[in-house]
Design a protein around this ligand. Sequence first.
Ligand SMILES: [Zn+2]
Ligand SMILES: [Zn+2]
Ligand SMILES: [Zn+2]
Length: 170
Amino acid sequence: MRACPAGLSARFSMQQNAQRIEQALVRAEHDCVQAGQRLTSKRKHILQLLLEARAPLSAYEIIDRYAEAFGTKLPAMSVYRMLQFLADNKLAHKLETTNQYLACSHIACEHEHSVPQFLICDKCHKVEELGLRRELVDELHNSVARSGFTLVSQQLELHGLCSSCNGGKS
Ligand SMILES: [Zn+2]
Ligand SMILES: [Zn+2]
Ligand SMILES: [Zn+2]
């Protein structure tokens, strides 16, 4: 698996970020067509807002930003439906522990999307999407299943402090 760019971060310049967002949107549209889906302009706008955000957003934050950026106040129900569409097509992910949404970090990557796992900084709210090896995820799920516990979500969300909030210590 080749190395892939991490989520949007301060390491990238404004211009680089704009380019990455544009690339991701073009790719997302392409992937939807391939899958026989349609990335309507509203869905695309929502994905754009998620790509531009430095931290995950709640559905209501998305409604506010959408109104600001595109001049339309969307009903919450349709925003939830569009977020579900983006999640079903692996263009965005929902964080179950915080009820927020973020763009997938791997839209423009070539490798197969693994079961997404997230490192969530509780101080600056930055989220890193981590692709764990399938065997590792399976092993974890098998151990959980052996204990008789049923997982409602396959996705791991690990809360903590990112390296910048941790004073650069790793
Ligand atoms: Zn992803
Ligand atoms: Zn990737
Ligand atoms: Zn942080």
